[in-house]
Design a protein around this ligand. Structure first.
Ligand SMILES: C[S@@+](CC[C@H](N)C(=O)[O-])C[C@H]1O[C@@H](n2cnc3c(N)ncnc32)[C@H](O)[C@@H]1O
Length: 280
């Protein structure tokens, strides 16, 4: 089978299984299979796949057919200015989360040397993106998932940031070391009962621990705010990603925990996504 027939063959299978991005996914998966760029594939449509390549290609298409996200199949996802290694132990970095990085950078002059804590680092995409832009800052990143921390550590090594970050295996409830200038968190914030309504690719493949915010969606948000009021230096800033309908409750929680709300940043769809506050 040549590249052209392989793409057509796979697109048909994916379309039949209601994958909306069937043809582009087929091209991307072929590109992973034969280790060529998509442009190189399109220039070599008559080239034949070897028996081994075809077998591997069919295996990956079969995974996509079952709605596994393309990022898990490729084992990488672009975020900010880097490609992050990922696997099914971490949430797939979302473009909307780049707002959080942008807002942190706005508060950090180029030469600043601040201490940063990230709560729930997952792939490490947020904190590593900040460190890569601010060469004098250093960070601690914690996660309750040991497997997620392994992924984050791998990304730190690849991006040559390992000497400016410490990874800590802990739940936020048990963590009480140090005082920080900045705390960043994109905690799980979906109501437990709403998980069943998520798209299949999220619900079946992304780690539940990265999504489930407890019965009302605020369990981790509450914990992060409470703990941050203790872990932040006076005047330190908390950058929190939240669900779009959570803004008023989160504002109240922040005020109750002695934070001044500085700003609410909207995501690419103009939805409230990130809340920035100062410990007073
Ligand atoms: C929504 S994901 C965010 C991952 C990453 N920061 C991102 O934005 O792509 C939330 C992360 O918090 C971690 N987590 C969940 N409960 C936690 C807890 N009690 N303490 C610390 N981390 C927790 C999960 O393992 C997951 O990696």
């Amino acid at each position: 089978m040549n590249y052209n027939s392989a793409i057509n063959f796979a697109s048909k299978i994916l379309k039949k299984n209601l994958i909306k991005t069937a043809s582009i996914d087929s091209e991307i998966i072929l590109s992973k299979t034969v280790n060529l760029t998509r442009e190189q594939i399109l220039l070599n449509l008559n080239k034949k796949l070897s028996f081994k390549e075809l077998k591997y290609f069919k295996k990956l298409i079969n995974r996509r057919k079952k709605k596994e996200p393309i990022a898990y199949i490729l084992e990488k996802k672009e975020f900010w200015k880097q490609s992050f290694q990922i696997n099914s132990n971490v949430l797939i970095p979302r473009p909307d989360t780049e707002i959080l990085v942008e807002e942190v950078l706005k508060c950090l002059p180029l030469s600043s040397s601040k201490s940063i804590l990230e709560i729930g680092t997952g792939s490490g995409c947020i904190v590593l993106s900040v460190l890569s832009e601010r060469k004098n800052c250093y960070a601690k990143a914690l996660d309750i998932s040991k497997k997620a921390l392994k992924v984050a550590e791998c990304n730190a090594k690849i991006q040559h940031l390992r000497n400016r970050i410490q990874f800590i295996y802990s739940g936020i409830d048990k963590f009480c070391i140090g005082k920080y200038d900045i705390i960043i968190s994109n905690p799980p914030y979906i109501k437990s009962a709403s998980i069943k309504n998520l798209d299949e690719d999220v619900r079946l493949y992304e780690p539940r621990i990265a999504l489930d915010g407890g019965y009302d969606g605020y369990s981790l948000i509450r914990e992060v705010i409470k703990k941050s009021s203790y872990l932040l230096k006076n005047g330190g800033k908390l950058f929190l990603e939240i669900g779009f309908e959570q803004i008023n409750e989160v504002k109240k929680l922040l005020k109750d925990n002695h934070f001044y709300v500085n700003k609410i940043a909207k995501d690419l769809r103009k939805i409230n996504r990130c809340i920035i506050s100062t410990k007073i």
